[in-house]
Write a protein that binds this ligand. Structure first.
Ligand code: COA
Length: 188
């Protein structure tokens, strides 16, 4: 049996659609209003609440890409550039930046909006990784991601390095195996 035949049977059996998808197809925008219960003692949005909303927005984007249930595998470091104030609006934009075998990296940008002053400000940017699961709760294959715009291509290109770094930190890869990262620091 050739590989394409095996793949066709696999897809048919599991009812999976592995058609490559664009980042645009997973594009998700989430909008929230910062209420008193979302804030800390300074009247700013709590980091944990924002990360919770980001987790949902990113899961929706990953789910749209693979048309399957997903779980959060890891969250990269997040730096909060600007606090989001009580009464401001939070905009979270999420889309899949690269797909691997069963995992997908989701790129997110977050803005705050002061409606009274009519201005929007960047809060932070982050990457979350999700794994698609089959009906038995095991990782399953996801469609490839096709990057179209210049920015999508730039983020796609960096995804392999970020993947290797997070797998090392998660104890899933030995530093010696991280060839993309090595190349980044190698003088040759
Ligand atoms: C994420 C999870 C499904 C990985 O399952 P696993 O049995 O360890 O599977 P594998 O080691 O075969 O890895 C499966 C995929 O997960 C990815 N993965 C595993 N650990 C990872 C990590 N720390 N960061 C990023 N990706 C990770 C692997 O790279 C692999 O991706 P690939 O198929 O695209 O190469 C499993 O650890 C899990 O269910 N974790 C709990 C998820 C959860 O409850 N999230 C909510 C937060 S509490």
């Amino acid at each position: 049996m050739n590989i394409e035949f095996c793949k066709a049977i696999f897809v048919q059996t599991l009812g999976m659609n592995l058609r490559p998808k664009t980042a645009k197809e997973s594009h998700t925008i989430m909008t929230e209003l910062v209420l008193p219960n979302d804030t800390n003692v300074h009247g700013d949005l709590m980091g944990g609440r924002l990360m919770y909303w980001m987790d949902i927005a990113a899961a929706l984007a990953a789910g749209r890409h693979c048309s399957a249930p997903v779980v959060t595998a890891s969250v990269d470091n997040i730096s909060f550039e600007n606090p989001i104030k009580l009464g401001n609006v939070v905009h979270i934009e999420a889309k899949v930046s690269r797909a691997f075998n069963s995992s997908m990296e989701v790129h997110m940008k977050v803005w705050g909006e002061d409606m009274a002053q009519q201005y929007k400000y960047k809060s932070n940017e982050a990457y979350y990784t999700f794994v698609a699961l089959d009906p038995n709760g095991k990782p399953r294959t996801v469609p490839e991601l096709v990057a179209e715009t210049e920015e999508e291509k730039r983020v796609f290109d960096g995804a392999l390095r970020r993947r290797q770094l997070r797998l090392i930190l998660g104890g899933k890869m030995k530093p010696d195996e991280a060839l993309e990262l090595k190349a980044l620091f190698s003088k040759e």
